[in-house]
Design a protein around this ligand. Structure first.
Ligand SMILES: *Cc1c(COP(=O)(O)O)cnc(C)c1O
Length: 392
């Protein structure tokens, strides 16, 4: 076990974003400086850009077990989710107006659903259990003859719970209902074979897999009814207009192909650290609640609620000790509301406010976990001493 290097800043917030791999930056740099062409042009620079684009598409398709034509590049995981929800709703409006999703989705799915409700769609938000898991039986009961789309995230970004996507996929198999999954947290972290999952639409993003920000992709199964919602020059076979972000796409593909090969090895190291971290917290700190599913969870996600302290205070104190973690989710940390996912799981507001999300990456070490544990124990003790919430 190597100790944390003295003075280094420790990054434990990989669910928010990941560092860009040097190999990825290198590939992107080459695109910026050398292969700058517009992929729609027939001349040499254009053809070079086109080649990079199609190779990248092939690499992403391979990791997903999809065919190249089923991959559409987008500007982010958020855009992929928006395109899936709005595109499927638009294309199937005549067939029905009912959508089923969950109460723990990322805002990139939840907000488009809210928008659709204003436009006359009916949305069912499935409840989750204590572990953040949806029940396929609830989903089955929610289906009506007006249901056109089901969107269930593959794994939750806050507590890491992995949903029974395969089971839902087979449940929907013979039904005329589109099935979308937000796989931004799982792509390149656990297996995301689209055939095994049984999905029609799958969203992914570059910056959660050691790739660049501002690029994502949407898997669209062959013959899926979906309308484009960005119009212009007809790029991506008319499905998503806009000159392709060659560098970003090449970076995303590089990150995916590296991760695709290293997935098993990474997951083993990361989940060993996570278990060590979990045990460390339970052994050294009282009044804690472990959030999310004990087994069915992302390798690197550890989420705890600490009674009598606030997540934000912990995050700031840990930052001062040179450690980055998150309370709830980045998207909601500027507001005072507790994470909707934690509330949906049945945590009291106080338990939700006291939550801390620690998400490990494969470059982290056991030594860093030790350093984190020492600091956390000290910080919690301090904060509880001054806490007005602490009883007795
Ligand atoms: C990060 C994230 C997104 C958004 O992806 P961006 O590329 O940041 O827009 C969507 N869904 C989940 C589950 C995420 O973790």
């Amino acid at each position: 076990m190597t100790a944390a290097k003295t003075g280094e800043y420790i990054y434990f917030d990989h669910a928010a974003t990941t560092p860009v791999l040097p190999e990825v930056a290198q590939v992107m740099n080459k695109c910026f400086l050398k292969y700058f062409g517009n992929a729609s042009e027939p001349h040499l620079p254009g053809r070079q850009a086109k080649k990079i684009l199609e190779q990248s598409r092939h690499e992403i398709a391979s990791v997903l077990g999809a065919s190249d034509a089923e991959i559409v590049f987008t500007g982010s995981g958020t855009e992929s989710d928006n395109m899936a929800i709005f595109g499927a709703a638009q294309a199937n409006r005549k067939k029905g107006n009912h959508i089923i999703t969950t109460s723990v989705e990322h805002p990139a799915v939840a907000m488009p659903c809210k928008m659709l409700e204003k436009q006359g769609f009916k949305v069912t938000y499935l409840p989750v259990d204590r572990y953040g898991m949806v029940c396929p039986d609830d989903l089955k009961k929610a289906i009506t003859n007006k249901t056109i789309l089901v969107s269930v995230m593959h794994a939750n970004n806050i507590v890491g719970t992995i949903q029974p996507i395969e089971e839902i996929g087979s449940l929907l198999k013979d039904k005329d209902i589109l099935f979308h999954t937000d796989a931004v947290q799982t792509f390149c972290s656990i297996k995301t074979d689209v055939k095994c999952l049984g999905v029609d639409l799958l969203s992914l993003s570059g910056h959660k897999i050691y790739g660049p920000k501002g690029v994502g992709a949407l898997y669209i199964r062959k013959k899926t009814r979906i309308k484009p919602y960005i119009f212009g020059g007809g790029q991506e076979r008319g499905r998503r207009s806009g000159t392709e972000n060659t560098a970003g796409i090449a970076g995303l593909a590089k990150a995916a192909s590296i991760a695709g090969k290293a997935m098993g090895q990474r997951a083993e190291h990361v989940s060993a650290m996570r278990q060590y971290l979990k045990k460390g917290i339970i052994d050294s700190i009282d009044d804690v609640i472990f959030n999310g599913h004990p087994e069915k969870r992302l390798p690197g996600n550890c989420n705890f609620s600490f009674r009598f302290v606030e997540g934000e205070a912990m995050v700031l104190r840990l930052d001062a000790a040179k450690i980055a973690v998150s309370s709830g989710s980045a998207c909601s940390s500027s507001s005072v509301k507790p994470s909707h996912a934690l509330v949906a799981m049945g945590l009291s507001p106080q338990e939700a406010y006291g939550s801390l999300r620690i998400t490990l990456g494969y470059e982290n070490t056991f030594g860093q976990v030790d350093y984190f544990l020492e600091n956390l124990e000290r910080i919690i003790k301090d904060l509880r001493m001054i806490s007005p919430l602490k009883k007795g």
